[in-house]
Structures are given as C-alpha cells and as structure tokens.
Design a protein. Structure first.
Length: 142
C-alpha cells in the first residue's frame, strides 16, 4: 500500500488534532511526524510513520523505511540521510533529532521487535526479501 499525499494529510491532521493519536489501521500505534526537505525538490514535507522507542534510552526513537513492502526505499529515507538531522513531532511535542542508520545485527534486532509487535512489518520484510533490506533509522533527540 503506497500512501498518497491525501492519505498522509488526513493522518497528519488527525495526529495534530488528537495529541499524536490516530485511528484506523494505526489506532493505538506509536506515531511520529517526520519533517524533511526534498533533496531534489527542496520542498518541505511531513511524513507520518510508526516508530519504536528505544527500550533503554528515552532520547532514541527508531523508524522503518518499509514503504509498506515496496521494492524501493521511500524518498524520505534518502532525504533524512542526506540531511543528518530533522525535526519530529511526537504527541504534542516538536523537537530536533539527529539521524543515523542502524545496520547489521542491531538493525535486525530492532526490526524483529517491530515485526513482533506489529505483524504488518513482518509482511513488509517478506515482500522485500531478496530485493532490499528495509532500513532502520535511529532518531536521537538533539
């Protein structure tokens, strides 16, 4: 399922109207709004995503470039890596973060936790098997 701008806009509006909570397929899931600038367009964008809080460090959140199991990484992934930092919204708070990619066994551990908590992520990994490994990004409060 590739999400359209209208789909994202409705989620963003619902997120902001309900202190970071949304319903529908994301009801009860931890949601984050990622601000990023297009590398090519220069356009400011906001993307709603599910996130995973680090179990040991409250200043670290993980996001997943799953693109719902699409064969290519989402544009926001490249935008965030290029910038190395961004602003995020969690609940009613907006704050700056640094962005780094998690790789290897640590990436696998974090992704496996997400797939256990939210089985859709296991399905995304199955769809991308042999095509790409879904990237995991760590967002650390700046």
């Amino acid at each position: 399922m590739i999400m359209s701008d209208d789909w994202n806009t409705s989620i963003i509006n619902e997120f902001r109207a309900n202190e970071g909570r949304v319903g529908g397929p994301f009801e009860g899931a931890p949601m984050i709004l990622i601000h990023h600038r297009g590398r090519k367009s220069g356009r400011e964008q906001v993307t709603p995503l599910m996130y995973q809080a680090d179990d040991h460090d409250p200043n670290v959140l993980y996001i997943f470039a799953s693109a719902a199991g699409a064969p290519t990484n989402p544009a926001w992934y490249y935008n965030l890596l290029a910038a190395g930092k961004t602003d995020v919204e969690v609940g009613t708070e907006t704050f700056p973060v640094t962005v780094t990619e998690v790789k290897g066994p640590e990436r696998d551990r974090i992704y496996d936790i997400q797939a256990t908590r939210y089985p859709g992520f296991a399905g995304y990994a199955e769809k991308t098997a042999g095509i790409r490994t879904i990237p995991v990004l760590a967002l650390r409060r700046a």
